[in-house]
Design a protein around this ligand. Structure first.
Ligand SMILES: [Zn+2]
Length: 309
């Protein structure tokens, strides 16, 4: 069974692996149920004020198809869904930036080779997966900076081909990758350090919609970063006002939109191994579920959802 390309860079212990596999089997038939009390407790703080709009588009990418049950707990193994290493371009009147610079040239040697063998086999994307730098060049886009939703290899390793591009990174996430614990591998540290100009930010702004905190990127309410706790210590969503309505790039808070619609967590294998805090990640799904009528929620790896942009 396989799942998403953002599988944990750390070699799981045998105990963790057994626990995740048995949880996967349970979840096929008995997926974790939504928490009705949590749903009832979540309030809508309203959308950001302002009238400035931006454009959001997904750069072309080659998808692979996977069994839905490997992405969405309890979805079964017969249906298949399309999964991709997608990057997005946001154009604001003052700057153009790339969200989730996902993939680098020669990734099997420069990024995937750092992953433990078992996980590497699970997450390796198609050989014709497009490097972010190539899709940017093909689209004639010259970004002013990059903004990863989180610091997993498949959301930042495209920066290896863009060595001078500044990056905006949440302080929590930066502290995580530079901290004393085992850092995420797959080119994450080289992509985000090695002299790269970095502007850190905190989610010190007010609640927005159903999310608990925020950071207004341009100060005009057009692009607001929101808390999506659980997947990594500092995962964020990128909420953008477009002429067609609000769009939320949700990173890996969900791997597929059905998780948001049905409140279904990632399957225990590999979800137990890749989500930093499973309960917090499940709570974030509840917040996304309630927000889905206010904005178009686009999980980064959901090829069909990103194709709607
Ligand atoms: Zn991830």
């Amino acid at each position: 069974m396989t799942s998403d390309p953002s599988a944990s860079p750390e070699q799981p212990t045998p105990g963790a692996l057994i626990g995740a596999l048995s949880g996967f089997g349970r979840g096929l038939f008995r997926p974790r149920q939504p928490d009705e009390r949590l749903l009832a407790s979540i309030t809508d703080a309203g959308l950001p004020r302002g009238d400035r709009t931006v454009t959001v588009r997904a750069l072309p990418q080659v998808p692979r198809t996977l069994p839905a049950g490997g992405i969405i707990e309890g979805a079964g193994l017969h249906r298949r869904v399309r999964n991709a290493m997608t990057s997005f371009v946001v154009q604001h009147p003052e700057a153009t930036f790339v969200v989730d610079p996902a993939y680098c040239r020669d990734a099997p040697h420069r990024a995937l080779s750092e992953l433990p063998g078992m996980l590497r086999r699970l997450v390796t994307p198609p050989a014709d997966t497009i490097a972010t730098v190539d899709s940017l060049q093909a689209a004639d886009v010259r970004p002013d900076f990059a903004l990863p939703t989180h610091a997993h290899w498949d959301h930042v390793c495209g920066l290896l081909d863009l060595p001078d591009l500044p990056v905006h990174l949440r302080t929590t996430e930066r502290d995580w990758i530079l901290g004393p614990g085992r850092p995420p591998v797959g080119g994450v540290r080289p992509a985000l350090t090695d002299g790269r100009p970095t502007e850190t930010y905190d989610l010190d702004g007010p609640p927005v919609a159903t999310f608990t905190s925020s950071h207004d990127l341009f100060g005009d309410g057009s692009v607001v970063l929101v808390e999506l706790a659980g997947h990594t210590p500092g995962s964020v969503g990128v909420l953008a006002r477009t002429t067609a309505g609000w769009v939320l790039i949700a990173g890996d808070a969900a791997w597929h939109y059905d998780q948001v619609d049905l409140i279904r967590q990632k399957p225990a294998f590999p979800g137990d191994l890749v989500d930093e805090d499973r309960d917090a990640a499940f709570a974030s799904l509840h917040r996304l579920h309630l927000a889905r009528h206010l904005m178009r929620v686009v999980p980064t790896h959901d090829h069909d959802a990103s194709n709607l942009l």
